[in-house]
Design a protein around this ligand. Structure first.
Ligand SMILES: NC(=O)N[C@@H](CC(=O)O)C(=O)O
Ligand SMILES: [Zn+2]
Ligand SMILES: [Zn+2]
Length: 343
């Protein structure tokens, strides 16, 4: 297949950062994504409906004229997020979900939730009003190995949470293990997962064999190839619980190439192109449209986009660097050949 036309896709997990960065990050995603779930881990985080409205306005200002790109805003849950905050968020009509970062789990998660038990009434309120809970699913305790943090979170936190609030919609974000795949597959219909392009295309060997490659460092960290294979099978399965979320998370080059580098891969410049490559390698290009364009809106209860985009098989080279505020970001696959382009 040399050409593929699909319903316009959406990105259900995206970091746009803020202020001077928006002029680069927003046009990159607005190029062909219809909508995106905008992650709230700014400094300070987006914790109130007012913050979300103001952030949305800054994103809209950076959206190219003529683009129909729609940011879908989220709130960052803290130990202090109250049921009233949830009600305000829903009433605003701007917030479509709330994000749970276990405190200390990832970039800008210091104000995250220290103990899920503390916000049970808030989560119950979310269930009542139908707001999905988006979860960075990793435990953070020192005694748990970084490669096991998602697996342990599934057992210790997700399984009891799904039971304890029987109507709460949950997205396990950026899953990276076969345990997470199995958990989501066996969970009720109200539980889904996003899968990133980098976790489909790479495993920890790509990051660590022959030299350490900081631009593959993200959280949850790349795992063994058997986990990569489980994610690939989930993505091409046609199961609507698994859908596209890039977790495109740009950091300036000097924040990645340093003694203690930040976690996050920047993929938004070529996201659907990278997914197409991954699906093609699995002989499953026919499954891309469901994953990228149908299952996400289905889960969120939103209409599908009504127009299409066309992917063309035609080799090009990913840029070595891209502008990022007054610095640079090194994109995923910098300087290498990509097979697909959006016409
Ligand atoms: N995925 C990452 O490695 N980093 C994300 C945060 C996140 O999604 O966990 C970021 O904001 O940089
Ligand atoms: Zn995360
Ligand atoms: Zn993320």
């Amino acid at each position: 297949m040399n050409e593929l036309t699909i319903t316009r896709p959406d990105d259900w997990h995206l970091h746009l950062r803020d202020n001077e960065f928006l002029t680069q990050t927003v046009p990159a995603s607005a190029r062909y994504f219809g909508r995106a779930i905008i992650m709230p881990n700014l400094v300070p985080p987006v914790t109130t409906m007012e913050d979300a409205i103001a952030y949305k306005a800054r994103i809209s200002k950076a959206t190219p004229s003529g683009s129909s790109f729609k940011p879908l805003m989220t709130l960052y849950l803290t130990d202090n997020t109250s049921p009233k905050d949830i009600q305000n968020a829903v009433d605003s009509g701007v917030v479509v979900a709330c994000k749970l970062y276990p405190a200390g789990a990832t970039t800008n998660s210091d104000s995250g939730v220290t103990n899920i038990g503390k916000i049970k009434p808030t989560l119950e309120k979310m269930a009542e009003v139908g707001l999905p809970l988006l979860i960075h699913g990793e435990v953070t305790t020192d005694d748990i190995d970084i490669f096991d943090r998602e697996k342990v979170f599934v057992e210790s936190t997700l399984e009891p949470l799904v039971e304890s609030i029987p109507t709460l919609k949950i997205v396990v974000e950026h899953i990276t293990t076969k345990q997470a795949v199995e958990f989501v597959m066996n969970a009720p219909e109200r539980v889904a997962a996003t899968i990133t392009p980098h976790h489909l295309l790479y495993n920890r060997n790509h990051m660590l064999v022959g030299g350490i490659r900081p631009h593959f460092y993200c959280l949850p960290i790349l795992k063994r190839n058997e986990h990569q294979q489980a994610l690939q099978q989930a993505a091409i399965s046609g199961n609507p619980k698994f859908f596209l979320g890039t977790d495109s998370a740009p950091h300036a080059q000097d924040k990645k190439e340093t003694a203690c580098g930040c976690a996050g891969c920047y993929s938004a410049f070529a996201a659907i192109e990278l997914y197409a490559e991954a699906f093609e390698a699995l002989g499953a290009l026919d499954k891309l449209e469901g994953f990228a364009s149908h299952f996400g809106p289905g889960f969120y209860g939103l209409p599908r986009n009504t127009d299409t985009i066309t992917l063309v098989k035609s080799e090009w080279q990913a840029p070595e660097t891209l502008a990022f505020g007054d610095t640079d970001v090194i994109p995923l696959r910098a300087g290498t050949k990509l097979d697909w382009q959006v016409a």
